[in-house]
Design a protein around this ligand. Structure first.
Ligand SMILES: *Cc1c(COP(=O)(O)O)cnc(C)c1O
Length: 360
């Protein structure tokens, strides 16, 4: 079945207003002129695909998403290159992950070509919103919600809406230069075996807000999540994945089912091997993290994800004590990987893996 989009692009904000909004965008507060919507119903499948002006939704208050939380999302970026073209990064990997999240949440899959076509249409219509300053980008947020109007909990919703919205994002380089201080959450957990930890769903975020607040109170920037059974094994950071650098060897927690399979994580594993590192998936315990950092064997730790790219972690705080990694300054492996990945995205370096996809 082919899904055909209609387009309605008559309404645009004036160039001066757009320029003012793009001057120093706070992340996720400003949105472009348009959005994508596609509806799904049990007996019709996907239909009513449209590019239309950005604006509030009209939904029945009984729509299932408000009560039982069937919602999944993705996060991607569009980059403007020096030659004026606009590209995105591995969009089919995000399309595939959306569908894995949908499968876990009993929601219908969206064809990968339709997902990518939706991005192309939206970025094409709003290409003036893609920043041209180095490191800046247009953040893309595809998501899907359950819209059947019923509070009867009879099973999965019989209706859904897939949407894409877009928001100009400032440089990660300015924020990325100071290493983060992270809080090891021992009171709360994010995901349990058999749960939804590997789905990119809003519910995973709602359950972590209280730990974020606790981390902030402890003077930390981000929360690190441990496994829920032993509270001993490192999972991830809740919006990004973690890498542990031992000189020339990199280790990232294996995909145990309780952490999100980041597209950036997968890219770093490939890129690090290409640059001559040993890049492995494994298990890291809190005791090992601390002992190896204190002994100097663990030289760097960084987080990686689409929104904050590659960010150095310098300090760890936990109920059992604090420790520093590699002197608390960004290390050479972290900086090199960040520069190489940014170079592939902005076109200043070759893309031997075919990761970059032109969208406008
Ligand atoms: C999105 C996300 C990540 C990072 O994934 P990327 O594809 O690299 O952006 C990591 N952890 C969680 C919980 C996430 O939601």
């Amino acid at each position: 079945m082919t899904i055909t989009f209609t387009t309605e692009t008559a309404v645009r904000r004036p160039a001066a207003e757009r320029a003012a909004l793009m001057e120093s965008p706070a992340f996720g507060e400003v949105f472009t002129d348009h959005m994508i919507s596609i509806d799904w119903e049990r007996d019709r499948g996907w239909h009513n695909a449209r590019l239309h002006p950005y604006g509030p939704l009209v939904l029945d208050p009984s729509a299932q998403v408000f009560h039982y939380g069937q919602e999944v999302f993705e996060g991607m970026k569009a980059y403007r290159r020096r030659d004026g073209t606009v590209v995105t990064f591995r969009p089919y990997a995000n399309a595939a992950r959306l569908n894995r999240s949908c499968a876990r949440m009993a929601m219908p899959p969206l064809p990968g070509e339709t997902f990518v076509e939706a991005l192309e249409l939206l970025v094409g219509a709003d290409r003036d919103w893609v920043p041209d300053r180095p490191g800046h980008s247009l953040y893309l947020r595809p998501f899907m919600i359950a819209t059947q109007p019923t509070i009867g909990f009879y099973g999965p919703s019989s209706a859904y809406r897939f949407m894409v919205i877009a928001s100009p994002a400032a440089s990660y380089f300015t924020a990325g230069s100071t290493p983060l201080t992270v809080w090891l959450s021992q009171d709360y957990t994010r995901a349990a075996p058999g749960g939804t930890g590997e789905a990119k769903c809003g519910g995973n975020y709602a359950g972590t807000l209280v730990a974020q607040a606790q981390g902030k109170e402890m003077g930390c920037d981000q929360v690190v999540w441990l496994d829920s059974a032993e509270r001993r094994w490192v999972d991830e950071m809740g919006t990004s994945n973690l890498f542990f650098v031992y000189g020339d060897r990199l280790v990232t927690p294996e995909l145990s089912g309780t952490l999100l399979a980041g597209v950036t994580r997968d890219s770093v594993l490939t890129l690090a091997a290409e640059l001559g590192h040993r890049a492995e998936e494994g298990r890291i315990s809190v005791e090992q993290w601390r002992a190896d950092a204190e002994a100097g064997a663990l030289t760097e730790v960084f987080s990686c994800g689409t929104s904050s790219m590659i960010t150095s972690i310098g300090f760890v705080r936990s109920a059992d004590g604090d420790w520093t990694i590699g002197g608390g300054t960004p290390g050479p492996v972290t900086e090199r990987l960040c520069a190489e990945l940014a170079g592939i995205q902005d076109g200043s370096r070759p893309d031997p893996f075919g990761w970059v996809h032109k969208i406008a």
